[in-house]
Design a protein around this ligand. Structure first.
Ligand code: GLA
Length: 411
């Protein structure tokens, strides 16, 4: 469970990170990181749909579909290969891809030729979660290899590092284990930086050791805050709730990652897909689609390419939203946006709340006074919200409103 005890240390770490990131540097000396993930990364990742079945062909086809569906133009630029691309190391320790990925450089060139970027996956441990070759003791060599292929993004997944390195080397010393984890992530950061190539660095260690407190100073552009997502309402809702309180750690170049999107996967209803996408946008989460792009239904494409919702996620202020309050089975979240704008999301988490029990919105709890005019981002219509406004939401559905000129007390 999360421990918020060492907040002062976190504040110091964050302050020094912020100070460092504001230090003016000559363009050549500027770390590559300063140029990536200024807004949450957007793209597609192979894991949620293909898992270990993914091949070169699927990655090429995903790249093609990102272009033809209009997703690339809506902002989805990273095509990320997750676990199971790795082959064996040769006598010099150089890692080769396996038979499913015959030529990584050619694949990267193909993805780049579509105006997209390409991501890859590894582990600080000897093995990845799928049991493939990890980067343990080969960090520099692997980072150089990725750069030589033209890789733009690395997801670095703890996996076997926990049992085979941390727990073996420091069996009864949790503090030492966590120091080892931080060092392992920082080591790959140095290796990536040394390549001189701007590579988005994504930590995946499921939120251990309150990673949001130390991830940015270890080079993270994003860090997973939770265990794995799955295409089920219950799991998505648990993850959403785990994000409350983490908003202060996110900002341009360093984001909380509540895991990749399941929009269009499993048996999620349309309302659940809308809610999932809306809330990940409210959370300033990376938007990495994880569905079968060649088989995408029009209503799923409409969700993933809703430009108004994407604009909430990608808002240049980079301020993650937070839960303003909850009332029974309804939750109200707000997000402050650039130029004084605001987004409000109201969600019905109940399985069978019905319309004779409308929810009454309390604008004062959102720091607003008087009627507010905004845009409903799923219908595109203008809405007026008054204090105590009765709202009827279907089960697991969301009302997402953008208010460009919110009226607060004294305004
Ligand atoms: C872990 C990660 C997933 C995925 C798999 C691959 O479970 O959390 O996102 O990368 O490993 O093996």
């Amino acid at each position: 469970m999360r421990i918020f005890a060492s907040l002062s240390i976190a504040a110091l770490a964050l302050a020094s990170f912020t100070a460092a990131s504001q230090t003016p540097l000559a363009p050549k000396a500027r770390p590559a990181k300063a140029t990536v993930a200024l807004t949450p990364p957007m793209g597609w990742n192979s894991w949620n749909y293909f898992a270990e079945r993914v091949s070169d062909k699927d990655i090429r086809s995903a790249a093609d579909q990102l272009v033809s569906s209009g997703m690339r133009d809506a902002g989805y630029v990273y095509v990320n290969i997750d676990d199971t691309w790795e082959g064996e190391r040769d006598a010099s320790g150089v890692l080769h891809s396996n038979a499913k990925f015959p030529d990584m450089k050619a694949l990267a060139d193909y993805v780049h030729s579509k105006g997209l970027k390409i991501g890859i996956y590894s582990s600080p441990g000897p093995k990845t979660c799928g049991g493939y070759e990890g980067s343990y003791n080969h960090e520099t060599q692997d980072a150089q290899l990725y750069a030589s292929w033209g890789i733009d993004y690395l997801k670095y997944d703890a996996c076997s590092f926990i049992q085979q390195v941390m727990e073996k080397k420091a069996p009864n010393d949790k503090a030492e284990q966590m120091r080892m984890m931080r060092a392992a992530y920082a080591k790959m950061d140095q290796a990536l930086k040394a390549t001189g190539r701007p590579i988005v660095y994504s930590f995946c260690q499921y939120g251990m050791d309150s990673v949001w407190e130390w991830g940015p100073s270890a080079g993270a552009n994003l860090w997973r805050t939770t265990g794995d997502i799955s295409p089920h309402w219950d799991r998505m809702y648990v993850i959403l709730n785990e994000q409350a309180g983490l908003e202060k750690y996110a900002g341009p170049g360093h984001w909380n990652d509540p895991d990749m999107l399941e929009v269009g996967n499993g048996k999620l209803s349309l309302a659940e897909n809308r809610l999932h996408f809306s809330m990940w946008a409210m959370l300033a989460a990376p938007l990495l689609a994880g569905n079968d792009l060649p088989d995408m239904k029009p209503e799923i494409k409409a969700i993933l390419t809703n430009r108004d919702v994407i604009a909430i996620d990608q808002d240049p202020l980079g301020k993650q939203g937070s839960r303003a309050y909850s009332d029974g089975e309804v939750e109200v979240w707000t997000r402050h946006l650039a130029h004084g704008a605001m987004a409000i999301a109201v969600i019905n988490a109940g399985d069978n709340r019905y319309s004779t029990h409308p929810f009454h919105l309390n604008l004062r709890k959102l720091g607003l006074t008087g009627p507010q005019t905004g845009k409903d981002l799923w219908t595109g219509k203008t809405v007026k919200l008054s204090d105590n406004e009765p709202l009827e939401l279907a089960s697991h559905d969301v009302l997402l409103v953008r208010i460009n000129a919110p009226k607060a007390p004294g305004k």
